[in-house]
Design a protein around this ligand. Structure first.
Ligand SMILES: [Zn+2]
Length: 263
């Protein structure tokens, strides 16, 4: 975990941003969940408390109090590796009477602006603070995120990436991985990555490949074994997108087909 005495990851006007990483490394969480502290005018917000790990929560609370007056907790999306720490975090900072909670569907006065960016999850928000964007799991540092199928999520995800491209941040602070300095290029790369996957999948389907494993071998051949299940899920999202666009061959095995979104 980074130490609270480390230098801020960035400053924006009179605001400073600090990063504390939870110790929950894994194939999906990379080095662990990134929790951010935003200090602005003496007020301190926590973005993504992370897992319910008491050491991480106390370190975050201690750092928040050192930086100023804790006033709020913000959540990019309700997945456990970001959200399980919300309640203990609010308790550690003084309870829900004193601490505002900002997430999708709720309003709270924060120094950063929430933007709804569905795709990785339906409730996903990114937070914009000047020219810095907290991307949650929409964009990761050094990896591509998972886009689960259901309700046209991949189409929403690509639209969300275009929204971020329009915001044109200088710096992206992701929910996992390292800060992304070349933000515009990172967004272009993610869009290009999805197009490349779709092209590879469409080419395999055009070659008559129908078996799911064989399709995965063709279009996701570079994915390590630990991420194969995640790639399966993402491939379903790509198939769903092709289906919604009437681009699936009629003889594709119907596993899930025409039943997208019925969860
Ligand atoms: Zn995550």
């Amino acid at each position: 975990m980074r130490n609270m005495t480390d230098a801020p990851v960035t400053t924006i006007d009179d605001a400073s941003v600090h990063l504390l990483r939870a110790e929950n490394p894994g194939p999906m969480t990379l080095a662990g969940t990134n929790s951010y502290l935003v200090e602005s005018g003496g007020d301190v917000w926590v973005i993504d408390p992370g897992p319910a790990d008491s050491r991480h929560i106390s370190a975050l609370a201690e750092a928040a109090k050192m930086l100023g007056r804790p006033v709020g907790v913000a959540l990019t999306h309700d997945h456990g590796d970001h959200s399980e720490g919300v309640e203990p975090m609010i308790e550690a900072l003084g309870g829900s009477e004193a601490i505002a909670f900002l997430r999708y569907g709720s309003l709270a006065d924060a120094p950063f602006e929430p933007v709804h960016t569905p795709g990785h999850s339906a409730d996903h928000l990114v937070f914009v603070l000047g020219d810095v964007l907290f991307s949650g799991d929409l964009i990761l540092g050094g990896s591509s995120t998972i886009v689960p199928p259901g309700g046209g999520t991949l189409i929403a995800y690509l639209e969300s990436l275009r929204v971020v491209a329009g915001i044109a941040p200088r710096l992206i602070l992701p929910g996992h991985g390292e800060p992304i300095e070349d933000a515009a290029q990172a967004v272009r790369n993610q869009l290009a990555h999805r197009v490349a996957r779709e092209d590879a999948l469409a080419a395999a389907l055009a070659d008559g490949v129908r078996d799911r494993e064989a399709l995965l071998d063709r279009a996701w051949s570079d994915v390590p074994e630990a991420l194969r299940i995640a790639a399966h899920v993402t491939m379903q999202s790509h198939l769903e997108k092709l289906d919604l666009e009437d681009r699936l061959p009629p003889d594709l095995e119907p596993e899930g087909r025409r039943h997208w979104g019925h969860r």
